[in-house]
Design a protein around this ligand. Structure first.
Ligand code: ATP
Ligand SMILES: C[C@H](O)[C@H](O)[C@@H](O)C(=O)CO
Ligand code: MG
Length: 485
């Protein structure tokens, strides 16, 4: 029996998951789960990358204790953030978190040299103020000059385990530095940053076999014999691979800290309208493109939950929201004010007051405002996706932790009129495992992998209920006014 282990680290939590084939089905076993999150000090936001590395080692030790002697291993994390290595292969400084405000000052000077329209024509990547392009522009020049290598976060974690440097391409595309035509780093953008191409390791395809964990590490920590396989190391790329879709006309919503809503394309769609509506062409595995839009998703409720001292579970917040009449208060969840406010609950209240709406008071009212606004956002962007791509999705696959939010899944079906297929929650880890299984020859391709997920995991379907469309139409109108303000 072969064992496959996925390390999936999102912005809010990380997990090691074992995948095993049993009677023609794929079973998942959570080996280890740990918290993630950035911390603020000296006026900046940083990830605790040493904590994440320790947790991976701890999870692998637990895998060994579970009897896993030999396995393949893949790693995926959130996007855009990076690590600098000096000439001795040691990390330089801390790892900035993308919600750090340092990049706000970088956008105007970058666009003074390369207007966003030119950057988009080159890269097809949406404008996010925290794209690696802007982060590197804002980075201390001395540190950049001292760096011999620039690795993205999951590349660095592979490096710590194996000693090998690589730059996995699905995640590299989120830097907004890769040229769609040459499929390599764009020389004009590197010149703007004053960085030679040599500072970035070679672009590497998901499925590449990277070799074993360093023997001294495996021995020191009593780890299983792992063969490292390069996953689709951008967590959203893995999440999309793990979507249990069949047929041609489907859309996905990777619903976690972010809501990433989009479709899988075989060629990029970097048109003027796609740029104006800020859609991205992140590179997928196996030559695909993830044409999607970032929506500030469960980050909103995560922060509200923290504002209330985490006294409510997410399930309890959903229950409280269910008791509140819908559509009383709405927000534009993609408003920059929600990127990293000191207090999300207060920021939501201020937004509602400033837009002459009922100000949500209780945790249930705030949660309802968030979920109603997200459902309306999904509806708006699903209709935009159809217009931009000419494809009308017959099903919206909601994967990730948000698939557990029955209220929002049903509401999304009701508002958009598109059936929702919710699950698996751990689609990211599953997509990570599928790449390992394809690379190991256990399955032929991603089509077979998605079919395997379909028959191995429950999918909850939410059908549009044809509710009082007058109320939904009125809410849509109010929401459109908010987006246009
Ligand atoms: N039982 C539940 N009921 C309602 N919502 C839930 C439930 N469980 C999880 N969630 C939602 O899922 C979110 C976490 O999703 P997920 O686990 O996919 O994120 P992550 O992988 O930790 O982070 P990232 O999105 O950065 O990958 C939570 O913020 C919460 O809103
Ligand atoms: C910052 C990125 O847009 C973000 O990480 C998103 O792409 C993602 O990966 C969500 O998990
Ligand atoms: Mg995740």
């Amino acid at each position: 029996m072969r064992d496959y282990v996925a390390v999936d680290i999102g912005a809010s939590s990380g997990r090691l998951v074992r995948g095993e084939m049993q009677d023609g089905r794929l079973s998942l076993q959570e080996i280890h789960r740990f918290d993630n999150g950035f911390h603020e000090h000296d006026g900046h936001c940083y990830w605790d990358i040493d904590h994440l590395y320790r947790e991976i080692l701890r999870g692998l030790q637990q895998a060994r204790q579970l009897g896993i002697e030999r396995c393949t291993l893949g790693i995926d994390t959130w996007a855009v953030d990076y690590v600098l290595l000096d000439g001795k292969g040691e990390r330089i400084g801390e790892v900035y978190a993308y919600r750090d405000s340092r990049t706000l000052g970088a956008v105007p000077p970058v666009h003074a040299v390369h207007p966003f329209s030119r950057i988009y024509e080159k890269t097809g990547i949406q404008h996010l103020t925290f794209n690696t392009l802007y982060q590197l522009y804002a980075h201390d020049r001395m540190e950049l000059a001292e760096a011999q290598d620039i690795l993205l976060v999951p590349d660095y974690l592979y490096y710590l385990l194996s000693g090998r440097k690589m730059n996995e391409l699905t995640n590299a595309s989120t830097t907004a530095l890769l040229n769609l035509k040459t499929r390599d780093y764009d020389p004009d953008l590197l010149e703007l940053l004053g960085l030679p191409r040599s500072k970035f390791p070679s672009l590497t395809e998901p499925g590449t076999r990277l070799g074993a964990i360093k023997p001294e590490l495996a021995q020191a920590y009593d780890l299983p014999e792992c063969e490292l396989i390069v996953a689709a190391t951008h967590d959203t790329a893995s999440a999309v691979l793990g979507v249990p879709a069949s047929g041609a006309s489907w859309a996905y919503l990777s619903s976690g800290t972010w809501s990433l809503i989009g479709v899988e394309l075989q060629t990029p769609l970097a048109t003027k309208e796609a740029m104006e509506r800020n859609y991205t062409n992140e590179w997928g595995a196996y030559g695909t493109f993830r044409f999607l839009k970032n929506i500030m998703g469960m980050w909103l409720i995560q922060e509200v939950r923290k504002d209330y001292g985490k006294q409510h579970s997410y399930a309890e917040l959903v229950k409280l929201a269910e008791a509140v009449p819908p559509f009383r208060s709405l927000i534009d969840s993609n408003d920059d004010r929600f990127l990293n406010p000191a207090n999300m609950t207060e920021e939501i209240r201020r937004f509602c007051a400033a837009t002459d709406q009922l100000v949500p008071d209780t945790p249930g009212e705030v949660a309802r405002c968030i979920f109603d606004s997200l459902a309306l956002s999904y509806d708006v962007y699903l209709k935009e996706l159809e217009r931009l791509t000419g494809q009308k999705p017959e099903t919206l696959h909601i994967v990730g932790g948000g698939a557990n939010n029955a209220l929002l899944c049903q509401w999304t079906a009701d508002v958009s009129g598109i059936p929702v297929a919710a699950g698996p929650t751990e689609s990211t880890a599953l997509g990570n495992l599928l790449v390992q299984m394809i690379s190991s020859g256990a399955i032929r391709d991603i089509g077979e992998g998605r079919e395997l997920i379909r028959r191995s995991f429950p999918i909850q379907t939410y059908v549009p209920r044809g509710l009082n469309t007058g109320r939904i139409t009125e809410a849509r109108r109010r929401f459109a006014d908010l987006l246009a303000r």
